[in-house]
Design a protein around this ligand. Structure first.
Ligand SMILES: [Zn+2]
Ligand SMILES: [Zn+2]
Length: 315
């Protein structure tokens, strides 16, 4: 039962990511309008028919769109959000109020383990950001008699982190993490001091350097070779460059002698589109020898995904 993870768009103009496991499709955030969302789903070989539920990280305008909520309502899809999101959106969105009265709104709490089916569960992780309640997620896919469990971490908007947050994402196969800005570019951006202060503050966004240190901390909490993919999210178009974000992640990879692939999600197109197949229980999938790495990459990396822009091959 493969796990599919596809970013549909990432950045301050709109965010959405599709995670699919065993016929269950989870759309994380709905920050694209219906037309673009349908195009991006098609670009990763999916459609609305593959979506069974929606998960909301927070209520900033780049993470939900009224017209897309209308699509969700028409398709009778449940949306999972925090109680604060529910109260906020019930006041600011006519469609959301209709979803609530139709019983489509489910609430989650920080650190609550929520099973979505017999194999997939998620845990909301509270993070600091300048929305009153903002969350990342840990997804766990149960293992079986012959194969190990798999896990994915998703942190899109956050201004700072601590060791507990990194510990909550230990032993994951894929980490999707905000690499928002380069601090020097942000300070020299010509933006207002208030905006610069907001972005750089603890309730703003992660810089490349902050994200790199968080990544390093996750690796310290995990077995060597466990992390297979890093997906960089929410890059600022004005105050970051893909090359700088990748450089920061590569430095961590080298420091830890790790082998994970580095992918950078973009605003302008879908990708990366990744598949993680189950791996045997004997732990061979997580050893870092070249032979194991090669066979593992053949298992987890279909040729097409390497061709997507922003998808960097391992050394
Ligand atoms: Zn955002
Ligand atoms: Zn935000």
């Amino acid at each position: 039962m493969p796990l599919h993870f596809a970013v549909l768009a990432s950045g301050s103009s709109g965010n959405a990511t599709l995670l699919r496991v065993g016929g269950l499709g989870v759309l994380i955030d709905v920050g694209l309008g219906p037309r673009i969302l349908a195009q991006r789903l098609s670009a990763v070989g999916a459609s609305w028919r593959d979506i069974n539920l929606v998960l909301l990280t927070h209520t900033h305008g780049d993470h939900w769109k009224e017209k897309t909520l209308d699509q969700i309502l028409r398709r009778d899809l449940p949306i999972y959000c925090h109680l604060y999101h529910q109260d906020h959106l019930a006041c600011s969105s006519i469609t959301f109020a209709k979803m609530k009265s139709k019983g489509l709104v489910q609430t989650y709490q920080a650190d609550q383990e929520i099973p979505l089916n017999s194999r997939l569960r998620f845990r909301p992780l509270s993070v600091r950001h300048d929305d009153l309640a903002t969350f990342g997620f840990r997804f766990d896919v149960a293992g079986g008699p012959d194969h190990a469990a798999r896990a994915v971490g998703y942190l899109a908007d956050l201004g700072c982190w601590d060791s507990d947050l990194a510990g909550a994402l230990r032993e994951i196969d894929l980490l999707a993490l905000e690499f928002n800005h380069d601090v020097e570019m942000e300070e020299a951006s010509g933006r207002s001091p208030q905006l610069i202060g907001r972005v750089l503050g603890d309730d703003g966004h992660l810089s490349n350097a902050q994200a790199a240190e968080f990544l390093s901390c996750v690796l310290r909490h995990s077995s060597p070779g466990r992390l297979r993919h890093l997906v960089q999210l929410h890059l600022s178009r004005e105050c970051n460059r893909q090359s700088l974000a990748v450089q920061a992640a590569r430095a961590v990879r080298t420091r830890h002698d790790a082998r994970f692939e580095i992918h950078t999600a973009l605003q302008s197109q879908a990708g990366p589109n990744l598949t993680i197949h189950p791996t045997p229980h004997d732990g061979s999938a997580h050893r870092t020898t070249r032979a194991n790495l090669t066979s593992r990459l053949m298992q987890i990396a279909p040729a097409a995904q390497r061709l997507l822009p922003g998808n960097e091959c391992p050394p």
